[in-house]
Design a protein around this ligand. Structure first.
Ligand SMILES: C[S@@+](CC[C@H](N)C(=O)[O-])C[C@H]1O[C@@H](n2cnc3c(N)ncnc32)[C@H](O)[C@@H]1O
Length: 279
């Protein structure tokens, strides 16, 4: 199955989560207002848990790295909310789609539109998070131009978000550590992922992959699902304090994600990097 932007661009790599984020971050209200009350995206968790929550837009002005940005749904949504976003993904194909969507979004806006300026500050690069510390200039997705390289930020960010990525990597602890290294002291790390419970097996794998065919069969391995306590422990081991974990749940008939109090299926966790990591 492929994810598709609202304007029809095919985002390949994709999970149902991306489709939902598409509907969330491309929601006209989110695109045109700074209303942080939309509860359905990782952006809302950042608003609620972040040091930026007192601002009009929870992420405005924050430097954000989205690790595993895929087709760029969340990155573009965050940029539209005023964040200075770098989207990172090892898939050249998806990141080209993300960049092409960014460009067509810019072209559709008038030069005086502030969203246009926000999208000018969105950059996509292709590579793995493991590479970024030693080589923050890993290949630019746009066109490898020197101009892009000059404007790419250094490797530590106010917020790092990895949405539906950690359950796909070979070594989650190593992946987490590299994400953690990219957060500046006092900054936030946001992880979204499925929990490892019988209910998540039933809904995310059996139902979504085999029955509804919303996700390609074989996308997820149950043994790679991670419990919230395991993420929390990885945070503590890497010098983070746990701020909040919220359950998320997809309602197919409304094509929407909602946040919910239990974390039985999928969840989002926010962690803050200690100013002086206790490692
Ligand atoms: C399931 S997709 C999630 C896309 C997007 N974050 C979302 O939630 O809509 C997982 C993405 O993680 C990327 N990925 C896998 N390993 C990675 C790594 N080590 N560093 C950065 N991205 C990675 C994949 O290329 C893929 O695009």
């Amino acid at each position: 199955m492929t994810g598709v932007w609202n304007d029809g661009q095919d985002a390949k790599c994709t999970t149902i989560e991306e489709r939902i984020k598409d509907s969330v971050v491309n929601h006209p209200q989110l695109a045109t207002s700074k209303d942080p009350s939309l509860e359905n995206s990782s952006a809302s968790l950042i608003d609620a848990a972040g040091p930026y929550s007192t601002r009009q837009s929870g992420v405005e002005g924050a430097r954000i790295l989205e690790v595993g940005c895929g087709g760029g749904f969340l990155s573009e949504g965050l940029a539209r909310r005023g964040a200075i976003v770098t989207g990172l993904d090892p898939s050249v194909e998806t990141i080209k789609i993300a960049e092409s969507h960014r460009r067509s979004s810019i072209e559709s806006l008038s030069p005086s539109d502030s969203t246009r300026r926000s999208l000018d500050r969105l950059h996509y690069i292709h590579g793995e998070v493991e590479e970024i510390k030693n080589n923050p200039w890993i290949r630019s997705a746009s066109d490898e131009s020197k101009e892009d390289r000059k404007t790419l930020p250094d490797h530590q960010f106010d917020i790092v978000v990895a949405s539906e990525v950690i359950e796909h990597v070979n070594n989650p602890e190593t992946f987490f550590r590299h994400c953690a290294d990219c957060v500046k002291p006092g900054g936030l790390l946001i992880i979204t992922t499925p929990n490892r419970t019988p209910l998540s097996y039933l809904l995310v794998i059996a139902f979504a992959e085999y029955v509804l065919r919303l996700i390609p069969v074989g996308t997820h391995y149950y043994s790679k699902f991670i419990k919230p306590a395991e993420i929390k422990k990885m945070g503590e081991q890497n010098g983070f304090s746990h701020l909040e974990t919220r359950g998320t749940f997809y309602i197919p008939i409304f094509n929407k994600w909602i946040t919910e109090p239990t974390t039985w299926v999928t969840y989002m966790t926010a962690l803050r990097k200690l100013e002086t990591p206790e490692r």
